[in-house]
Design a binder for this molecule. Sequence first.
Ligand code: FAD
Length: 333
Amino acid sequence: MKEANKREWSGILVYLECYKGKLHAASEELIGEAVRLSQVSEDLIYVAGIGQHMERIQEALDGYPVAKAYLYESEDEYESPLYTKIMAECIEELKPAIVLVGGTYEGRSLAPGLAVRFQTGLTADCTGLAINEEGNLVQSRPAFGGNIMADIVTQFSRPQFATVRPGVMQKVAKNEQNVTEYVNKKVKKESKEIEIISLKAEKLEKGITEAEIVIVAGRGVKKKEDLEMLKELAGLVGGKLASSRALVEKGWMLPKEQIGLSGNTVSPDYMITCGVSGTVQFMAGMKNTKNIIAINEDPKARIFEIAHYPMVGDLYEIVPELIRIIKERRGDR
Ligand code: FAD
């Protein structure tokens, strides 16, 4: 790592993830966290994003307490070499002390490359951020399989890079009195070191991280076919089916559907866990859930320590009964 003259670096820069004029929720959550940190550090907040229809991103930013926003209009969707180059130039110009990046596929690709360029530290998947007495960013994250929380500081080099997964931090309210200086730039087409020869468009649908209601299948589900019952419940309540790692390891669910330390962080309004024990690794990904309904046949299961509505019993009895009641209330036959 390269020792930096810390006095030359100030401000908090949030990398904005932009997709066809839409701002990723994780970016807004990071602005919220930057606001909280700046209340201690008194840093200015900057944001920078690259993509198409940046005028819509500008609209989405209006009202946030952001001092300066760098918006780069680019014909190209996310490409690691191009986006890294643009962001590196932006960081070089701004010299922020802290750079916050979403712990998304894009952010996980971008942040390490930038940290290497600046020969500085990066802490991935932080679950808590704070400023210590020396003015350094304290980056907290689970370590050693989630059994301990580690506080990490980048003491001598700058900037301090941290990624945070979607759903971990909270947005802040906008205020129309906040005025942002917008710096709008256009990315010049240039010969690329890497050429994308084909791009398969995937239908963008809401994943478990954006769902307001999540039904979680755990190892208590005995057969893959039994997931149909939970899918039906999810469909009836307008939710998404997710799982603990146990079912991803069995190959019954996809990694993008896994909640937890090595999966996704979710913060839905309602979660119904079915046959999930509540290990620290699982709970690391769902702590901000507003209402937890836990179904488990073991009254001593750890999930009951955090459940708002504990249901002790066999999921194979409770879930069909829930489905029956919902259908009855809806007037289904
Ligand atoms: P179990 O712990 O086996 O629990 C099953 C529960 O089902 C039990 O409590 C049982 O009482 C209940 N049950 C059984 N039958 C029924 C029934 N018929 N009705 C009602 N209840 C029933 N795990 C994750 O989930 N996410 C992660 O991101 C993750 N990351 C990890 C990272 C590392 C580095 C490590 C080491 C582990 C990680 N794990 C993760 C794995 C984790 O330690 C557990 O193995 C996993 O969370 C267990 O999932 P589970 O609760 O579904 O299964």
